[in-house]
Design a protein around this ligand. Structure first.
Ligand SMILES: Nc1ncnc2c1ncn2[C@@H]1O[C@H](COP(=O)(O)OP(=O)(O)OP(=O)(O)O)[C@@H](O)[C@H]1O
Ligand SMILES: [Mg+2]
Length: 452
């Protein structure tokens, strides 16, 4: 794929167009227009990044043309090219959103520097928009743990994939690490310093999906107040993660397919072509094959995305990784809290290895987090574990009544504590016990203030 920026030169003089072409053609894709009509036509049909615009052109005033071009795409960078006597006009152009002006005759290096800066500004704008969105997101921990051969095979595949730009389809049950794999792919390629843009197909209503993906121009629909870049435009040179792709509406599947195939699309309410160089990674926790057979998923889109298939195994099929994962999350929690890492007793680990983990790694991670918060001791034992969730059936089964009761009690106390945001006083009130009794039950030192 051609990653050169595209520059449109608008000038009525053949000689000027040709000299710009000579200077720019090695580093950029250059398009030439000799009048306003041609300029608008070429600009609409091509993904132009920057325009060198002569102020004096035959069929339209340069300022009016500037306004028209900016209307089509407010993000395009325009450098005005002008003769000395038109400086007033050039200044007006800057006020209307031109990036800069150069005065004829100009020094080639100066123009090149200006072009570099203008293009850099454009890519920074995209990155800032991306980072604003990313700051709001919770950044999952990037490290992936697993020694089981099924996961090792996934790691190998990620290494292979990083050498190409083909789309990836990750399938696996909820909580198996699909997003983590998507981020690992992004981080292992040259795109890693570029945006990783997540599109959650299950969370975005179908009516908003199109503007979310492609962006929109002012006035495209009621409420479209300003021109907004879509996720595909923001993700230029980076990765787009299409999470829960199985939830994507069949109509949108067709539109997405077109954007993937042609690497081009338009904002809503605009005919201007936008080009974006994207690595697509999609994820699904339902079988796409099965959805195809029910007519819910387009087969052609499936083939487009499934260039590299990755199937993540459920945790119950790689139980030997459980001790490793437990330690991983214990360490992670200790780093977060700044307290020394806790550990699980041998019996507790054995019990956890018998459990089927329907919520996979996410369920295990949540369990470790809750247990390390609730338990004050350094060693988390089997009672603490069974207290966490009495549905652990096969773990509580065979326990002495005393232990089962204590397990239930701990579970109930932790639920009440959760409900009151960890406030010991309120929890004691709800439970109808003295605060000190609560501390005893939680294996914490009593509170000497004696306050209820
Ligand atoms: N192999 C692993 N090593 C370490 N952490 C993992 C691993 N797999 C998953 N996790 C962690 O488990 C949690 C769930 O993973 P992730 O969000 O990637 O799952 P998912 O497959 O996208 O789930 P869903 O389908 O519900 O969106 C995350 O916090 C992630 O960091
Ligand atoms: Mg996910």
């Amino acid at each position: 794929m051609d990653k050169k920026a595209m520059i449109l030169v608008v000038d009525d003089e053949h000689g000027v167009r040709q000299s710009f072409n000579m200077v720019l053609k090695d580093e950029y894709n250059v398009l030439l227009a000799e009048n306003g009509k041609q300029a608008i036509d070429i600009f609409t049909k091509n993904a132009v990044d920057l325009i060198l615009l002569d102020i004096l052109i035959p069929d339209i005033n340069g300022i009016d043309l500037l306004e028209k071009l900016k209307e089509i795409d407010p993000n395009v960078e325009i450098i005005m090219v002008t003769a000395v006597k038109e400086i007033q006009t050039a200044v007006k152009a800057i006020k209307l959103g031109a990036y800069e002006y150069v005065i004829k005759p100009f020094v080639v290096d100066d123009v090149l520097t200006l072009i570099h800066r203008a293009l850099e500004k454009r890519s920074l704008l995209r990155e800032v928009t991306y980072l604003r969105g990313e700051l709001k997101r919770h950044q999952p921990f990037e490290k992936m743990v697993g020694e089981h051969e099924s996961l090792q095979a996934v790691f190998d595949l990620i290494r292979t994939i990083s050498k190409s730009d083909g789309a990836v389809l990750i399938q696996g049950e909820s909580g198996t690490g699909k997003e983590l794999v998507a981020r690992a792919i992004h981080n292992s390629v040259s795109r890693k310093h570029k945006p990783f843009v997540v599109i959650n197909c299950a969370a975005i209503p179908p009516t908003l999906m199109e503007s979310e993906l492609f962006g929109y121009n002012k006035g495209a629909f009621t409420g479209a107040a300003g021109t907004t870049m879509g996720k595909l435009e923001i993700a230029n040179k980076g990765t787009v993660f299409l999470d829960d792709i199985d939830s994507l509406d069949v109509n949108m599947q067709a539109k997405l397919l077109r954007a993937i195939q042609e690497k081009e699309f338009e904002r809503l309410g605009s005919t201007k072509v936008i080009r974006s160089d994207i690595r697509f990674v999609a994820a699904s926790n339902r079988s796409i094959r099965e959805l195809i057979s029910r007519g819910k998923f387009r087969e052609d889109l499936y083939y487009r995305l499934n260039v590299f298939p990755i199937i993540l195994p459920p945790l119950r099929e790689r139980k030997s990784d459980i001790p490793l994962l437990l330690n991983h999350f214990l360490e992670l929690n200790s780093k977060k809290s700044g307290k020394p890492a806790k550990r699980f007793s041998k019996k507790a680990v054995n019990a956890l290895m018998k459990y089927s983990w329907p919520g996979n790694v996410r369920e295990l991670e949540n369990m470790v987090e809750r247990l390390t918060t609730i338990t004050r001791k350094t060693v988390i034992n089997i009672q603490d574990v069974s207290a966490f969730n009495i549905d652990f059936g096969n773990i509580t089964r065979g326990m002495k009544l005393k232990d089962a009761v204590s397990a239930f009690e701990k579970n109930y106390i932790s639920e009440v504590l959760d409900n009151v945001g960890g406030n010991r006083r309120k929890a004691a009130q709800t439970l109808g016990i003295h605060r000190n009794t609560l501390f005893v039950k939680m294996n914490e030192p009593a509170d000497i203030t004696g306050e209820i």
